[in-house]
Design a protein around this ligand. Sequence first.
Ligand SMILES: [Zn+2]
Length: 338
Amino acid sequence: MLVAGVDLGGTAVNYTLVDGQERFLIDGLCEYPARSKEGPDICLKQIADGLEIAVAKAGVTLAGIAVVGLDTPGPASSTGVLSAKGSTNFVHPNWAGFDIPGNLAKRLGKPVTYLNDGNAGALWGHFTMFGAGDLSTTSISAIIGTGLGGGVITEGKVVKGRKGFGGELGHVLLPYQSIRGIEGLKPGCNCGRTGCLESVCSLGAIERTLLPFFLKRYPGHELGKLDPHQAAKLVRGMAENGDPMCVDIFRVQAHGLGLFFDEMINTFDPDALIVGGGALETKEEFQQWFVDEIHVGMPPQREEQVDIPIHVMPNGDTAGARGAALEALQFARQSGLA
Ligand SMILES: [Zn+2]
C-alpha cells in the first residue's frame, strides 16, 4: 500500500510517496511546473502528469497509489475549497471558490485529502518526533518563512478548525511590548493588525519592520546601503556570522516566538514545540543558539513546564509534500485501505 503527497506551491508541484511502514520512497525534491497562473484546468493536468512521473521514478504505478494527499497555500476551507475572494497564489479568476481536492479526486479516480501548507508542514514536523501512528501526542509547529506558518497537532491529528483557519499561528497576537530592545516599535502585520507573531517573526517582518528599526540604531551599517528586499534576505547569513545588528534582529524574532510558545504551553500543554522554515536553514550551532533564545524569551513558567522540548524541523523543502502524504496515510488507515 502506497499513498502520495502532492505539495502545490506558487510555481512548482512537489511530490513524495510513503508506504504503510511510514517509509518515504522519494529522497529530496521531485518537482514539476505548477502553471497555477493559467487556471485550474491546466494546473490539475500538471498535477496529474507530474504524479505519473513521480511514481515512475519510484518504480511503482499510479494504480498502486491508494490515496493522494494534497496541500496548497491558503486561504481555503478545511476541505480545500479556495477562498471566493481569490488569493496571491491562485490569481486566475477560475480559482475563486474552486474545490481543488474534489476536482483532483475526480481526475485521478482516487480519494484526495487536503491540508493547507502550514498544517502539512506541522504534520511533518510532528511525524519526525512521534511517527504517524501515535495518537496520544500534541505538538505546535512554527515555520518561519516569508510569513509565519505552522500548525497544531493534537492527539496525532491536525487542528483544521471550523473555517480552515485552525493553526493560523502567524496571526496570533503577542504581548510584543515586553520584547527587550524594541521599545516603542509598533509592528504592523500584513493582515492589517498590529503585533501578530508574523509581524515580529518572519522574513517579511525583517524587511518591513525590524531592519528599518535596527538600521537607525546601527548607523552606517552596510545593509542600510541596499534595497530593503535584498538586505532582508542577507540578515540570516550575517547573523550566523555574528554581525551584532543581525544577531539582534534574530534575537527579537526568537523572543517573539518565546512569547508565542508560552501562550501555546498554557493552552495545550504540548509534548513538543517545533520550529522550522528558511530562518533556520543554518549551521546547527546557530539553530541551537536560536532555540536557547526562544527559551530566554519565554516568561517565567511553572516548574513542570520549563523542560518543554523545542526541536528544529528537518528537511524544509519537502515538509509540505511529506505532511500531505502523512494526512493521506492517516485517511487510508482510517478507511481500511492500509
Ligand atoms: Zn496578522
